[in-house]
Design a protein around this ligand. Structure first.
Ligand code: UT7
Length: 331
């Protein structure tokens, strides 16, 4: 019989250095008021040069092991969601695996942009369900500052660097298990949100650098419209599929791309805004890290207890959009 998976630890890590809206005012033609009212972002954290997404992931996984009281040797698999791997290969999971000495773990990366964490969690959940693995670590980590053009006011105000992680393990008990996922893609979203440079199609050349192909490009308005619709749809539909309503939810943990996108989802879910975990003001959009970060902060703040119904919802590059519904397993 298939097993169920539960979250048994959650952690996050952010670099110390903060980049405020005021500081951005000195870098591009923008202002604190515009950024705050259009996005809800006040500041974001930036990782130092010489460090990569794996270094933030390492910190998050160390905290995870401490919280659960396990040795890295006990980890069976490390699945990392990121669009900013340290390098193309080895994958970021392997780099984290080596740095923490998790020599019994297999590891790989998942690239699904802002939906990456939920995609990776769904993959890890399958390994637990089949009984193949007992301790799977899911990491969302992105050094977005490494692919942001700090002369482009359309994007540089949005992103930050961070990592978050969860540990999942088997359970027989439905009242503490991950219930279901909804995963969706639409490759036609490529044009509106992408980074073309550095892959096999446009390998790095002086020309790709000159054309700024190694930076994120986003048509904000187009992506915004899709995000408002799809993040709400995917969240509401998964909730309703299991015959729940917003009243049954303890917490909604959304991807933090723009406060207005979260507010639209909250309205569609018909939930008290207090039920949404919002930390975009402090971190900006940290891509694959937003959901585990928000979950970790909510846990630290004592916002959920064992058995509570929790919903994740996200939308991002690809396009990809996803949700996850679960019963919280920790006290
Ligand atoms: O996580 C991945 C998925 N990404 C998202 O979900 C992000 C979705 N998009 C957004 O969040 C929003 O579209 C943005 C925050 C990126 C932009 O907000 P907006 O309300 O869509 O603004 P806009 O792009 O329509 O720009 C409005 C005006 C423009 O000026 P004009 O043409 O009206 O004169 C922009 O040039 O604001 C201007 N503008 C800025 N002004 C000050 C654009 N960026 C800035 C800026 N500071 N940083």
């Amino acid at each position: 019989m298939l097993k169920k998976a539960k979250i048994t630890a959650v952690s996050h890590w952010v670099p110390e250095k903060i980049l405020t809206n005021k500081e951005l005012e000195k870098m591009v033609d923008t202002n604190d008021e515009w950024i705050l009212t259009r996005t809800g972002i006040r500041e974001r954290h930036i990782l130092e040069d010489g460090k990569g997404s794996s270094d933030m992931g390492v910190e998050a996984v160390k905290l995870l092991c401490d919280q659960r009281g396990i040795d890295p040797l006990e980890i069976d698999a490390i699945i990392v969601a990121t669009v900013t791997p340290d390098m193309f290969f080895p994958n970021t999971g392997n780099l984290i695996q080596a740095k923490i000495g998790a020599v019994n773990a297999m590891s790989f990366d998942v690239m699904a942009a802002c939906s990456g964490f939920v995609y990776a969690l769904s993959i890890g959940t399958q390994y637990i369900r089949t009984g193949d693995y007992k301790k799977v670590v899911i990491v969302g980590t992105d050094k977005m500052s490494s692919i942001v053009d700090y002369t482009d006011r359309n994007t540089c105000i949005l992103f930050g660097d961070a990592a978050g992680a969860v540990l999942i393990e088997p359970t027989e008990d439905e009242s503490e298990a991950i219930i279901d996922f909804s995963l969706n893609s639409d490759g036609l979203g490529t044009e509106a949100l992408h980074m073309y440079g550095g892959g096999s199609l446009y390998p790095a050349t002086a020309d790709t650098v000159a054309k700024k192909l190694h930076y994120i490009y986003q048509d904000g308005k187009t992506v915004f419209k899709m995000a408002v619709q799809k993040m709400a749809d995917v969240s509401v539909n998964l909730l309703h599929k299991h015959n729940f309503t917003g009243d049954d939810l303890k917490l909604f943990v959304p991807h933090q791309a723009n406060l207005r996108i979260v507010e639209a989802a909250v309205r569609r879910l018909k939930i008290d805004p207090e039920k949404a975990v919002i930390n975009i003001g402090k971190y900006g959009n940290t891509t694959a890290a937003t959901i585990p970060m928000a979950l970790s902060e909510a846990y630290q703040d004592g916002r959920m207890k064992k058995g509570d119904l929790v919903l994740f919802g996200t939308f991002g590059g690809g396009y990809t959009w996803a949700s996850a519904l679960l019963r919280w397993a920790m006290n």
